[in-house]
Design a protein around this ligand. Structure first.
Ligand code: ADP
Ligand code: MG
Length: 302
């Protein structure tokens, strides 16, 4: 029998690669959650956990040098804020590392930092350090540290059969419409949800609705049925782009049926109910289980 060898990153995929890193990583006692959620969670104090997350923006993957430098700076921090939001947390401190070509104008970088600083101020984040290097393309990596009350910690794990699935905003067409450069991370919305409705699980949508819902399903060994007519689409988006495009940075969360009913009638926060968690393999069904299409995919880096 011919044995196929897998040795290219494209064979393994982004998530296969992350699984490999996790397999060999050393983790000690204070780590509550390591690789595998929107942020890591570690011990902080009697009542609080610390949250740690990092995200890298790469020129021509997440932005181009034709886009507004201020907006690129905003995005670099906001994608990390979105991960802190997904855990129900409060952002605190940021470290920023950049790789830049020597030919880049320092005005461009000044504007990137204006964007970072403006967003940092708005969300109460202190910039406390970083690193600077030369590189062929512009790379901006932000590490963000936050906190969460122990009882408020919300992770990808916890969704149960019968739970209702919600998103916090319209989906799709983010990159082409420029939304990815101006979105506001759902920090306040997440904290309101955690305090009043206790989501059973939560994730931010960075790789596409179906892909990120897939993480919740695999973590909890359940299926989801999505109601096509309920998917909120951004202006210019069709169903396919709402389901699969990346970079929405909305929150996707699950609630018990009782809390879902309360939230639908809530006057403060407008959210969109899109489907239900059901028993079965970790796949997403469109409209009705067994009678309809199974959705696959999302943004893949490799
Ligand atoms: P998100 O889209 O929420 O930022 P990712 O899909 O990038 O999450 O990452 C999923 C998990 O894998 C996270 O826990 C993240 O910290 C971890 N991870 C991603 N890349 C690496 C890496 N190169 N080494 C170790 N852990 C990683
Ligand atoms: Mg995330």
């Amino acid at each position: 029998m011919v044995k196929l060898s897998v040795n290219k990153l494209s064979d393994l995929g982004e998530f296969g690669l992350i699984k490999r890193f996790k397999r060999n990583s050393f983790v000690c006692n204070g780590v509550i959650k390591g690789i595998g959620d929107d942020t890591a969670v570690v011990h902080l104090s009697k009542n609080k956990y610390q949250l740690l997350t990092t995200d890298m923006l790469v020129e021509n993957v997440h932005f181009t040098n034709k886009m507004s430098a201020r907006s690129i700076g905003h995005k670099a921090l906001a994608v990390n804020l979105s991960d802190i939001a997904a855990m129900g947390g409060t952002p605190k401190y940021a470290l920023i590392s950049i790789g830049v070509p020597a030919s880049l104008s320092f005005r461009f970088l000044d504007q990137v930092y204006q964007g970072i600083n403006q967003t940092a101020k708005k969300y109460g984040v202190s910039l406390v350090g970083g690193d600077t290097n030369r590189s062929g393309k512009i790379i901006i990596n932000v590490t963000l540290i936050g906190e969460v009350k122990r009882q408020g910690l919300t992770t990808r794990s916890g969704a149960k059969v019968g739970d209702q699935i919600f998103v916090t905003g319209r989906l799709g067409h983010s990159y082409k419409s420029g939304w990815h450069l101006r979105f506001q991370p759902r920090i306040c919305e997440a904290q309101y949800l955690v305090e009043h409705f206790k989501p059973t699980s939560m994730i931010d949508i960075s790789d596409g609705f179906v892909c990120d819902l897939g993480h919740i399903l695999r973590t909890n060994h359940v299926s989801a049925v999505i109601n096509e007519s309920r998917i909120p689409k951004r202006k210019g988006a069709n169903l396919k782009s709402a389901l699969y495009d990346g970079e929405d940075f909305e929150l996707l969360f699950t609630l018990s049926l009782n809390n879902a009913k309360r939230l639908i009638n809530d006057k403060v926060l407008k959210v969109y109910p899109v489907g239900e968690i059901v028993k079965g393999k970790p796949v997403v069904y469109l409209n009705e289980k067994n009678k309809s299409a199974i959705l696959n995919g999302g943004y893949k880096h490799f």
